[in-house]
Design a binder for this molecule. Structure first.
Ligand SMILES: O=P(O)(O)OC[C@H]1O[C@H](OP(=O)(O)OP(=O)(O)O)[C@H](O)[C@@H]1O
Ligand code: HPA
Ligand SMILES: [Mg+2]
Length: 179
């Protein structure tokens, strides 16, 4: 599978170190608050597990599946809810756990949605941030790594559902999606 990867950006070890750092920051900031960690499927499935293990105070977890890329490398701009949360977010301190913030459209949609559901607070923890991809202005409160304006895969991130199980983050060879 590595044959499709142009360059490895972050190794499994580097990702582990960053999830520890972010987990410790969240623990310090949410002492005694029982935050709700909301995993945005499918991309954040591995990151969520690592973040949750590194938050060493009480936290709850829930899962939401939203999609806007389908099988392509460009956002359709249309964020679809495939599975909603089970837990009521009203009055909760919500932390959205994302794999990547690219155009920012998914995040903007989710923040609006949660504010409309009367959360007490909503913050964002994303493994990757691609600032050059931004179309809407959104803020990432807990960010792992900045990535260049290229299509990246691995550690949860896919192209047409492939590569999610790679243990590292890499740039996908453009010929894979242009040929
Ligand atoms: O900032 P944006 O441009 O909105 O992109 C970020 C979102 O896009 C990807 O989800 P995708 O729609 O590919 O669904 P998936 O997580 O199931 O792959 C990714 O996992 C983020 O949720
Ligand atoms: O670079 C990316 N890779 C995979 N999924 C994505 N969703 C938004 N940007 C990306
Ligand atoms: Mg995807």
């Amino acid at each position: 599978m590595d044959a499709d990867i142009k360059k490895v950006l972050y190794s499994e070890q580097e990702i582990q170190a960053v999830t520890q750092r972010l987990g410790q920051q969240i623990t310090a900031d949410y002492q005694g608050k029982n935050p709700l960690l909301v995993c945005i499927l499918k991309g954040a499935y591995l990151f969520m597990a690592d973040i949750a293990k590194n938050v060493s105070d009480y936290a709850e977890v829930d899962f939401m599946n939203v999609s806007s890329y389908g099988d392509g490398v460009v956002s359709t701009g249309n964020v679809k809810i495939i599975k909603d949360l089970d837990i009521d977010v009203k009055g909760r301190d919500v932390i959205i756990v994302e794999d990547i913030v690219d155009t920012g459209q998914t995040l903007a949609y989710l923040i609006d949605l949660f504010n409309g559901r009367d959360v007490k607070s909503v913050k964002v923890c994303s493994l990757l941030d691609k600032p050059e991809g931004r179309k809407v202005d959104v803020q990432v409160d807990y960010a792992g790594f900045e990535v260049p304006n290229e299509f990246v895969v691995g550690y949860g991130l896919d192209y047409a559902e492939k590569y999610r199980n790679l243990p590292y983050i890499g740039i996908l060879k453009p010929e894979i999606y242009t040929e």
